[in-house]
Ligand binder design. Sequence first.
Ligand SMILES: Cc1cc2nc3c(=O)[nH]c(=O)nc-3n(C[C@H](O)[C@H](O)[C@H](O)COP(=O)(O)OP(=O)(O)OC[C@H]3O[C@@H](n4cnc5c(N)ncnc54)[C@H](O)[C@@H]3O)c2cc1C
Length: 509
Amino acid sequence: MSEQSGPLVGAQTPSVRPGAAEPDAAGAQNPAGTPDPVGAGEIRPGTRVVVVGGGPGGYEAALVAAQLGAQVTVVETEGLGGSAVLTDVVPSKTLIATAELMTLVDGAHELGVRFPGGGDRDPGARLSVDLGKVNERVRALAQTQSHDVHRRLEKEGVRILAGTGRLVSPQRVEVALGDGGTTGLDADVVLLATGAHPRTLADAMPDGERILTWTQLYHLDRLPERLVVVGSGVTGAEFASAYDALGADVVLVSSRDRVLPGEDADAAEVIEEVFGRRGMTVMPRSRAASVTRTRDGVLVTLADGRTVEGSHCLMAVGSVPNTARLGLQDAGVKLASSGHIEVDRVSRTSARGVYAAGDCTGVLPLASVAAMQGRIAMWHALGDAVAPLDLRTVSANIFTAPEIATVGWTQAQIEAGQAQGEVVKLPLAGNPRAKMQGIHDGFVKLFCRTGSGTVIGGVVVAPRASELIFPVTLAVAHRLTVDEVAHAFTVYPSLSGSIAEAARRLHNS
Ligand SMILES: Cc1cc2nc3c(=O)[nH]c(=O)nc-3n(C[C@H](O)[C@H](O)[C@H](O)COP(=O)(O)OP(=O)(O)OC[C@H]3O[C@@H](n4cnc5c(N)ncnc54)[C@H](O)[C@@H]3O)c2cc1C
């Protein structure tokens, strides 16, 4: 997909690709245990493929299917690109681009930069963000991106139907058309890629004005004076970090002991420390019981009776898969108790010929994983060579300031004995480039297998960690040893020098 016109998401996880193994390799059993009518290793042009949902799971699959000569129809309710493009990845990262600039400005004083009118101690005091303008840009960029995806699919001969699809059988999808009426589509292969939507709490219902889900944030035209973010997972932490950098007073309400539970503990500690230093209030072990409107703001009541006041509240308490009213039961598609569609590692569901990809499967809620699941489904269904999804090589990033990027095994898994590994951690404060750039927080962590020295994972906490993790991802994907990584040149001075240095420290592991 071309860098210029292609979707902003989806093409980043080349861990599983055609040609790597035959269909039905280990881990590719159909959950139903039934033979699949497709995916037998023979490409059949003209196969009728219906994709329900036009997010990265759906549109990337459609592109592969079209490339393999299938007759492809994508049914989409809201707009091509899905939530990834319209409400989640693209808008949040566009907003964060502005926040990133504000963070840089914040650190400029230390590097000798003075702003006209800025006080000596607070260089950014005279700078402010016009949130109306920022959000206008965010919405425009998301729309453009959605149109780009639309045009690209049309160019590849994919038929696009605006409407809501549901299975009436494994071989037939009924579509309630956006402009009224219904139509039926016969299919040899169906891919369900319907995504997920924000979870809401009965006593904290979003009103789109003061109590908001992340999909409603982009209509704010003024910076909230005091934003209470409920939920300290990835979404909550990213928005808390961004709004703090944009100049809002932020309170982060977390039901857990620390922010980003489930992530690398050292990384979460850095983020919590930075949040505190910047003036954010982080409330650990605080479960929100209700959120109500006050005369000119919101009141968050915690389970233990304490209250927090704010001008606005962002609810970031997880997602619910879009699997209701899809006709899954009638078509024999099994759901997990969480409501996610059960799939195997080549994206097959329990119904013959029906595949599923992305957030509706709950495998790993990342656009890159959704896209790869969708591609794998089509490679498998249409008889191309394919390897099952391998989550060990997925790199992921949390776009806080600093960012947290991870790949492969985690330190917690190594410590729990799930992998035999060695760990080295180098704080960035010792890196020459970091010193020059005034970077004080963050680290590089590398994990290698005990005995062989093969790199099995890593964590980078740094500005633009999302870019720095790639050498570690390459090492994990291609099973490089720490010595092989250490013997490659890095630029001096560079932050990536710390990755090579970490590899050197693991020599003899
Ligand atoms: C705030 C936020 C930020 C994120 N940032 C990142 C990030 O930086 N990087 C990353 O990799 N991931 C990120 N994610 C996760 C990412 O957005 C999802 O993993 C991704 O969108 C999943 O893609 P999908 O194709 O499964 O579903 P979606 O993108 O949700 O698309 C599903 C589409 O299906 C449509 N649909 C649903 N039901 C039907 C139906 N019955 N008929 C027709 N159409 C239907 C919906 O309208 C929707 O357009 C973020 C998530 C959130 C919430």
